[in-house]
Design a protein around this ligand. Structure first.
Ligand code: CP
Ligand code: NVA
Length: 334
């Protein structure tokens, strides 16, 4: 029997703070149950006849496909809408689009630029809205990350996650809060100019303290990763910041995750894994890296036994399914 908290029904997720710590842990557990159920061959009807709009202003491989297949698996329908498809924010205000789509759909997943647009969709649509990445946050990603850590290490107890790279991007902001909420120690290794926003850091520190863990920020990655069990990185240039590419490569080159940095954890023979939300610049096969080789992670680490990036990627689907099922399903159980 699948179980989830009644309080999750009808809920939107703008950021991880949309949920209590207990609700967040419950969603990770529900995702694990849904994953096992799918592995057993069950394609259910938990989202039977539910219609979900996917508004995407930015590109996506994982979030788009995870959401569409999660909905389809459970008997619902997802509609993928990009900027050229709808009037969103151009010929029609976000508020009006929200009021129209809220009359038609049961829920909306949004990937875009402005966090405020995501919040306006939730405010005016009257249906649950999930943030599938904005410039500021990427909360759905973190459920998959923490599920992967839990699966690999058996629990989230006594785990240190060290994020190395752009310390103030959407993934870093959400990862910091996700770790705090789940009682996981978080270390951010990033140059001074990319330190987390002070208010976002202070908010996460308060949550971490409540859960008996701490958050530390280092500009020296070698010192910062000492004792870490998870080394995590993301692209150095997020979508929408492409004009900063040359500057970021220069600033962040010392923050590449390579085998030396993996060894600097002191855990190379113990509990250690590498995570990346993907897509990753880890080889010479992309336009961005053909002249300079790997960027944020070397091939050696990306392809190593420590790398759980494809488990993490698969877990996007199970965790997004958990969010949708808990919010939209009219009943509990298989
Ligand atoms: N990690 C992630 O959000 O990937 P996509 O951009 O492919 O959705
Ligand atoms: N920080 C990255 C995450 C991609 C999943 C970006 O916003 O492009």
């Amino acid at each position: 029997m699948l179980t989830w908290m009644d309080s999750l029904r009808g809920r939107s997720m703008m950021r991880l703070t949309s949920f209590t710590d207990a609700e967040m842990m419950n969603l990770i557990d529900l995702a694990a149950q849904l994953k096992a159920r799918r592995a057993a061959g069950v394609r259910g009807d938990l989202l039977h006849r539910k219609n979900v709009a996917l508004i995407f202003e930015k590109s996506s491989t994982r979030t788009r496909n995870s959401t569409l297949v999660a909905i389809r698996d459970e008997g619902g329908n997802g509609e993928y809408l990009t900027r050229p498809d709808i009037h969103f924010g151009k010929k029609e205000s976000v508020k009006d689009t929200a009021r129209v789509l809220g009359r038609i759909y049961d829920g909306i997943l949004f990937r875009g630029f402005r966090q405020q647009d995501c919040e306006d969709l939730a405010k005016y649509s009257g249906v649950p809205v999930w943030n599938g990445l904005t410039d500021d946050y990427h909360p759905t990603q973190i459920f998959a990350d923490l599920l992967t850590v839990k699966e690999t290490f058996g629990s989230l107890d006594d785990v240190t996650v060290a994020y190395v790279g752009d310390g103030r991007n959407n993934v870093a902001n959400s990862l910091m809060m996700g770790c705090a909420k789940c009682g996981v120690r978080y270390v951010c290794c990033t140059p001074k100019e990319l330190w987390p926003d002070e208010s976002i850091l202070a908010e996460a520190e308060e949550v971490a303290k409540r859960n008996g863990v701490d958050i530390r920020v280092f500009d020296d990655p070698v010192k910062g990763v000492k004792g870490a069990n998870v080394l995590y990185t993301d692209v150095w240039v997020s979508m929408g910041e492409e004009d900063k590419t040359a500057e970021r490569i220069k600033t962040l080159s010392p923050y590449q995750i390579n085998m030396d940095l993996m060894r600097a954890t002191g855990n190379i023979d113990g509990r250690l894994m590498f995570l990346h939300c993907l897509p990753a610049f880890h080889d010479r096969n992309t336009e961005a890296t053909k002249d300079c080789g790997a960027l944020e992670v070397t091939d050696e680490v990306f392809e190593s036994k420590y790398s759980k990036v494809f488990d993490e990627s698969e877990n996007r689907m199970h965790t997004i399914k958990a969010l949708l099922v808990s919010a939209l399903c009219d009943r509990k159980g298989v």
